[in-house]
Design a protein around this ligand. Sequence first.
Ligand code: SF4
Length: 174
Amino acid sequence: MAVPAWRERGVEPVAWFHNPNIQPAAEVERRLESMLRFSREAGLGLVVEERPSEAAAWREWVAALAAATPDERCATCLGLRLRAAAAAAARLGMPRFSTALSVSPYQRHDLILAAGQAAADEHGVTFAYLDLRDVFRRSYSESRRLDLYRQAYCGCVASKWEAWHARTLRKRAG
Ligand code: SF4
């Protein structure tokens, strides 16, 4: 729902797909396939960033995982991704960039904002933050209507384990 939200504000967005921290590779394929289908459906321009070699992706991820706490891990991860987004915006001649992460109520929005602003300063572009948590449910319904893949965890192996652990506890609680 990030796309209609920007269009309602008179902005025609161009989507950019990149995340070196999605694991395993099959999960990247599922999310990318949905993104390609959604962009066709919505008449949306889409740029797919070439995936870094597995070795490079792994080095980036290990740097994020080495952080001491989950919050530090996520701050490092968001920094990696939003710096890449800012660099892509500058390279593509776009003065502003944003992120669909802002639809998620599960993300730390203070971390998104800090990482986005730092990335923007580094690359001479503007970070256009829009809090879209209020459209999360609508976004979920729309993805069901279009039969798009719905991710069950944020992206990294640690988040996959955390999601599995939370589901297990909920089941046990009955
Ligand atoms: S949980 Fe999400 S934001 Fe945090 S490190 Fe993993 S992929 Fe990155």
